[in-house]
Design a protein around this ligand. Structure first.
Ligand SMILES: [Zn+2]
Length: 180
């Protein structure tokens, strides 16, 4: 469907090269805009609705194509299953790693000077570890670069409790400093 067709269905009015009108998500008057882009219609809400929500609503109304659901080839299915098995295998270790690494990062952020350049990457790592995918990526990256420290963090995470803080202070912080 072209931008012009979607605009007609939504009762938008033409403004220059675009069409404008009520937002189908938030209802904001004249907040919604659509125009023809190089690879298809571009939608926007000036009230700040997320593009994914706008497309979702347009899909629900049958004004936007559904995401393509292609049948996977047997090889792709095997690769996906293998990836899932790898993820499941790593996830428990990654969770333990994440629990300990999170404390370690907090500890480092507390002690590092405000201007220290490693604060950015540490904060980014903490944020990345909030999702399962990000956690797996961080864990595998660390396992690759710092196998011993990573194993120690996994062990520390497994022993969550009273000993954890002591281990972090005495052992891991020293390890992290030596590794840096
Ligand atoms: Zn909106």
């Amino acid at each position: 469907m072209t931008a012009a067709e979607i605009a007609r269905q939504l009762g938008l009015r033409r403004v220059g090269t675009a069409w404008r009108g009520s937002c189908p998500v938030c209802g904001g008057r004249s907040r919604f805009q659509i125009r023809e882009g190089r690879s298809g219609p571009l939608v926007w809400c000036w009230a700040g609705c997320k593009p994914a929500d706008l497309l979702g609503e347009l899909r629900r109304r049958g004004l936007w194509p559904q995401p393509e659901r292609r049948e996977l080839t047997p090889a792709e299915r095997r690769a996906a299953a293998e990836q899932r098995r790898r993820d499941e295998r790593d996830l428990e270790a990654a969770r333990n790693f994440g629990a300990a690494a999170d404390l370690l990062v907090d500890e480092l952020l507390e002690t590092l000077p405000v201007a220290d350049l490693s604060r950015g990457p540490l904060t980014a790592m903490k944020a990345a570890m909030r999702t399962e995918t990000g956690l797996l990526v961080e864990y595998r990256d660390w396992r690759e670069r710092e196998p011993e420290l990573t194993a120690a963090l996994v062990a520390a995470g497994r022993n969550r409790g009273a000993r954890l803080e002591m281990m972090l202070r005495h052992y891991l912080l020293g390890g992290a400093k030596n590794a840096a």
